[in-house]
Ligand binder design. Structure first.
Ligand code: PLP
Length: 456
């Protein structure tokens, strides 16, 4: 770590800026990295060092970091109508067009779209609508929300309460009452000796059923799940998991919210993770790749039965009392419409399908590496489990922070990946080519070798 020069950008950053999801003490002492430029799948720091962004930022910059058409769409809209809201029946045609577009693309029949600014707000709004809905249909006791351990749905007070991330609860008095959690479906780490993926999924579904029965089915309103868990470690579901979980939800009349904030728009090799895993959600939240992350925007799609109940609420309460100043921001909507146009013109889903074997096959080769216990992924999302003994599933002591070590070594070699404990996540921009995948994996191999040399 270089010494921090007085009055440098880093010194001023430490002096004035609070970083999110950051060890504040470590940052105060050592600083971090400031980025100044993007080009395709690459970003450059303030010293001009180039990195492959193997995480597309926060699983989100689907079209990379230099798509001019999105900059132009934003600029054009800034000149035309830089702001308008959607309160009191007002709005703008960009939100109309985008809502129509999303409904036409939805993986299951959806009826309406509510736009917010972030994935967190989207899931937060979903909780409110779930409560509003159950009040409208005369089931005011049906309010509890089920999330999963290590699931991630955002950072507002409700969305982080749905999430199961221990470090986001610690010190915050989270979760709120009424938010409960079922198992994390990490087959590799969690299966018992001899238990198949199917049997593991049976156990996950049985435990969900036990939880619903213990809470009282008449009090359980909804279950939130990411088709592939992102913040839980880029964790693909074990075989038959989703079919079994959905059957339990149906049995107890529990609404299913598919959180497609990461999986939506091609990440899993289909437009939606719900298509990859045959999900039938009542609500779907999406964000991130909706605008390729060039603007903050999220969309909550809801089914007709929920919308009808909301309309009925107007008879009781008048106005639908929910809204944000920047929800459905016209500049964000313009960028989202252009993003969707680009996805279609460049067949982004076809591209993900085409390059996925090089990505997953290349990563799979690292299962032979002495630090690696398991590699799993789908489309262009994958996780690599770092283990002291992969075959025997012996983890490293958490205090050794092996994931952070590999992440730091990767950065030395010009690759940004994410360590989630000792699981390394990859979600490169969806535009990545096979040649770029080869370069990304070569840098990762060097990082693993360097980390192994330190740990040996
Ligand atoms: N849901 C999922 C699955 C996410 O991965 C994230 C963020 O990473 C969120 C919700 C929250 O989105 P945001 O950070 O835009 O609030």
């Amino acid at each position: 770590m270089n010494a921090i020069r007085p009055n440098s950008a880093m010194a001023r950053d430490i002096a004035f800026h609070i970083h999110q999801q950051t060890d504040l003490k470590a940052h105060k002492e050592q600083g971090g990295t400031l980025f100044t430029k993007g080009d395709g799948i690459h970003v450059f720091d303030e010293n001009g060092k180039e990195y492959i962004e193997g995480m597309a930022g926060l699983w989100c910059a689907s079209l990379g970091f230099s798509e001019k058409r999105l900059a132009e769409a934003a600029y054009k809209q800034l000149l035309q109508l830089p702001y308008y809201h959607t309160f009191f029946g007002n709005g703008h045609t960009l939100a109309t067009d985008l809502a129509e577009k999303l409904i036409s693309m939805a993986p299951v029949k959806m009826s309406k779209v509510l736009f917010q600014c972030s994935g967190s707000e989207c899931n937060d709004a979903a909780v409110k609508l779930i409560w509003y809905y159950h009040n409208a249909i005369g089931k005011p006791e049906k309010k509890k929300i089920i999330g999963r351990e290590r699931g991630y749905h955002g950072n507002t007070i409700a969305s982080v309460s749905i999430s199961g991330q221990p470090h986001m609860r610690a010190g915050f008095d989270i979760p709120l009452p009424g938010f409960v959690h079922t198992d994390n479906p990490n087959y590799y780490r969690g299966h018992e000796e001899g238990e198949t993926e199917e049997q593991f999924s049976d156990r996950m579904a049985a435990n969900l059923e036990k939880l619903i029965l213990a809470e009282g089915p008449e009090t359980v309103a909804a279950f939130f799940g990411e088709p592939v868990q992102g913040g839980g470690g880029a964790l693909t579901p074990p075989r038959t998991y989703w079919a079994k979980i959905q059957a339990v939800l149906k049995k107890y009349d529990v609404l299913f919210v598919a959180d497609e904030v990461i999986c939506g728009f091609g990440r899993t090799g289909n437009m939606w993770g719900s298509q990859t895993y045959d999900l039938q959600p009542d609500m779907l939240s999406c964000a991130k790749a909706l605008t390729a992350s060039y603007q903050p925007l999220s969309a909550l799609m809801i089914s007709e039965k929920i919308y009808e109940a909301m309309v009925k609420q107007s008879e009781t309460h008048g106005s639908f009392g929910h809204g944000f100043t920047y929800g459905a921001h016209p500049v964000a909507c313009a960028v989202a419409l252009e993003t969707q146009k680009i996805y279609e013109e460049r067949d982004i889903v076809g591209h993900v399908k085409a390059v996925s074997p090089a990505f997953l096959g290349g990563l799979e080769k690292f299962s032979q590496h002495p630090l690696v216990g398991d590699v799993r992924g789908v489309g262009l999302i994958a996780g690599v489990e770092l283990m002291a003994d992969g075959a025997k599933r012996v983890p490293f002591p958490a205090a050794r922070k092996v994931g952070n070590l590999v992440m730091a070594k990767a950065a030395d070699h010009g690759l940004i990946v994410r360590a989630i404990g000792d699981r390394i996540a990859f979600t490169p921009p969806l535009i990545i080519t096979e040649a770029e995948i080869a370069e990304m994996l070569s840098r990762f191999g060097k990082a693993l070798d360097d980390a192994y040399a330190v740990l040996k």
